[in-house]
Design a protein around this ligand. Structure first.
Ligand code: NAD
Length: 369
């Protein structure tokens, strides 16, 4: 079986990290036929537009895409390619796994969370205006619909069931936002009742932030609205080890696109220094989505062991400040090669060593915020 997947290398460090991801994908033995299309700066140079329609056509045709980061030029008049992709393809679920890897770069090595964020409405619906002429007051509409709330909550419960996750937590601010918050809360409660096999609970957004930095291991799948999800995704990426190792995925009903959380890091472009792990873990998520679970497990395991062994890691994983055991940094391509070498060799039968953290053990009782 050959999978046809759209590949958007992007710009900045995008071409380097997507090349690294392809090398690792190849090592799994899963046959992927990459359909390479350009978006971002290379597309502007070639055709004058950062998102040619051929890119959208390719993703629609293949249903699956791997994407490198794309620069949003400031003040050029082009809207963000990333936002345009989400809107044009109705990619309504932004999924960010936050897994600490080998105890590196985190105070909470046991962190293993998935944030599911509604990505089409809420406070990012773009309905906003200045109230007066001298711009001394402004309003943004927080658009929450029952349809979008139902589908994102359902998505989270389905994900939890498929991935054998232990709990789904719905996050909102229904105590203060009596309409928008309450609507999302009701959607969450009614959907939770349809999944009696999956434990669920609710948290107010402020309390959720506090609980996550005290004991992230109490949580598993978190589902929430757009703005809260944006903030929680970054908070959880930070808990798990930071941007260099944070993959992401966007889902619509028939399309899935995988991209790292980090941007195009222009200052490292073309230097073979960028950390390829986030993009490589996007390949892991892509393989999981295709049903290639063993290949996906091998990629995660090879990344874990490469970071744990720390012989061939990029600068961000090698230097003091990230790690208690600094080492000389390697290049992006060398790290990818090392991960690819390990992919067929890893032993999936032995459970991953789960380092225990030193964070405070007790979770405070929930207080009304
Ligand atoms: P960034 O993520 O590119 O960089 C933030 C910091 O992290 C920088 O110091 C950068 O050098 C470092 N960094 C990021 N990824 C790294 C990696 N893989 N290895 C090593 N170091 C890494 O964020 P930014 O500087 O705010 O944005 C740069 C551009 O990327 C902007 O144009 C922004 O709009 C775009 N962006 C795109 C996406 C996307 O394509 N989905 C996401 C975020 C930002």
């Amino acid at each position: 079986m050959v999978y046809r997947v759209t590949l958007i290398p992007g710009d900045g460090i995008g071409p380097e990290v997507t090349r690294a991801a392809q090398v690792v994908a190849e090592a799994t033995g899963v046959s992927i036929d990459w359909e390479v299309v350009e978006a971002g700066e290379p597309a502007i140079r070639a055709s004058g537009t950062p998102l040619p329609s051929s890119v959208l056509d390719s993703i629609r045709r293949n249903g699956v895409a791997l994407k490198g980061p794309i620069t949003t030029p400031i003040g050029s008049g082009f809207r963000s390619v990333n936002v345009a992709l989400r809107t044009e393809l109705d990619l309504y679920a932004s999924v960010r796994p936050a897994r600490a890897i080998a105890g590196e770069g985190t105070r909470y090595p046991e962190t293993d969370l998935i944030v599911v964020r509604e990505a089409t409405e809420g406070l990012y619906s773009g309905v906003e205006h200045w109230v007066d002429r001298d711009h001394s007051a402004a309003e943004t509409a927080n658009v929450i619909t029952r349809k979008a709330s139902d589908r994102i909550v359902k998505f989270a419960f389905e994900l939890a069931r498929r991935e054998h996750r232990k709990k789904v937590t719905g996050v909102h601010k229904a105590n203060i936002m009596k309409t928008t918050g309450a609507l999302f809360q009701t959607a969450f409660r009614e959907m939770a009742a349809r999944y009696p096999d999956i434990p669920s609970d609710e948290r107010l957004i402020d309390n959720m932030c506090m609980q996550l930095v005290k004991k992230p291991s109490e949580y598993d799948v978190i589902v929430t609205t757009n703005l809260f999800g944006d903030i929680l995704s970054d908070l959880c990426a930070g808990l798990a080890g930071g941007l260099g190792v944070a993959p992401g995925a966007l889902f619509g009903d028939t399309i899935a696109a995988f991209e790292p959380v980090h941007g195009s890091a222009p200052k490292y472009a073309g230097q073979d220094r960028a950390d390829p792990v986030a993009e490589i873990l996007c390949v892991e998520l892509l393989l999981r989505h295709l049903g290639e679970r063993e290949a996906a497990d091998r990629v995660f395991r090879a990344v874990w062991e490469t970071i744990a062994e720390k012989k061939v890691v990029t600068y961000d994983l090698a230097l003091p400040g990230y790690t208690a055991r600094p080492v000389p940094p390697s290049t992006c391509s060398a790290m990818a090669k090392e991960i690819a070498r390990k992919v067929p060799l890893v032993d999936l039968a032995t459970p991953l060593p789960r380092p225990k953290g030193s964070g405070p053990a007790a979770v405070d009782p929930q207080l009304d915020g």
